[in-house]
Design a protein around this ligand. Structure first.
Ligand code: ZN
Ligand code: FE
Length: 265
């Protein structure tokens, strides 16, 4: 199988997993890039996976479903174009001989889910692409989604759940926000050598017009401030920036870090 990010809009990626005959797409905010890729590869659409209800992730769902009949999987606690199979934590989506585990990751939206494909004999068809996660707008490379509907505590718990996945997990995020995120990460942790090195790699990729994604979870743990809010370097920087008291709870530190990013230019 191969894994390809199809660019959409200004900075979205619609992830496509395909085996040469059939394809799965994730978060098709626009149908056209998917129709084009299906035609180019002479592929049939086997399933549409959706992580959350935002239009830039669901705008192409109805047209793709109508044209191909491909089943749609989506979050049980959100409304996306009907019909779709409603999934929540612990459920599985079985498509093309693959078994996706559903993880609840509220925070960006209230019912946001992620699809994890573990390295398991049952997923042998995916070859060396596993483990991988389609995490929507929850985790970005170097950053995380904005808190539109959830609380900081929910987002922190969701990111903790993602951070606990195997280090070699390919992180398939839905936006190319990496360089902007890394500029912020550098302001938070100017002394982080892994971050400096990763930033150079990503700048080189973007200079060649290539995606910085998928990222690797082990890298995110080293460079992403939102997975590192309990690290002394990050926590100290947030305390100083936001003027938090020494007793601030970890949720307050995380909330202040997210607010710092919202205000960062
Ligand atoms: Zn979103
Ligand atoms: Fe989005």
């Amino acid at each position: 199988m191969t894994l390809v990010p199809l660019p959409a809009f200004a900075d979205n990626y619609i992830w496509m997993l395909q085996d040469g005959r059939n394809a799965i797409v994730v978060d098709p905010g626009d149908a056209q890039p998917v129709f084009d890729a299906l035609e180019r590869g002479n592929l049939q659409l086997a399933a549409i996976l959706v992580t959350h209800h935002h239009a830039d992730h669901t705008g192409g769902v109805a047209a793709l479903h109508e044209a191909t009949g491909a089943p749609v999987f989506g979050p049980a606690r959100e409304r996306i174009p009907e019909p779709y199979a409603r999934l929540a934590h612990g459920d599985h989506a079985e498509v093309l001989g693959l078994r996706f585990e559903v993880i609840d990751v509220p925070g960006h939206t209230a019912g946001h889910i992620a699809y994890f494909l573990p390295a398991d004999p049952r997923n042998a068809a995916a070859g060396d692409l596993v483990p991988l996660i389609f995490c929507g707008d929850t985790l970005f490379s170097g950053g995380c989604g904005r808190l539109f509907e959830g609380t900081p505590a929910q987002m922190l718990a969701s990111l903790d759940a993602l951070a606990a996945l195997p280090g070699n997990t390919r992180v398939c995020c839905t936006h190319e926000y990496t360089l902007a995120n890394l500029r912020f990460a550098r302001a938070v942790e100017p002394g982080n050598a892994d971050l400096a090195q990763y930033m150079m790699q990503c700048e080189a990729l973007r200079a060649r017009g290539e995606p910085t994604l998928p990222s690797q979870l082990s890298t995110e743990r080293l460079i992403n401030p939102f997975l590192r809010s309990r690290e002394a370097t990050v926590s100290r920087a947030v305390h100083a920036h936001a003027g938090l008291s020494a007793q601030a709870a970890e949720t307050e530190v995380f909330a202040a870090l997210r607010q710092w990013k919202n205000d960062f230019r």
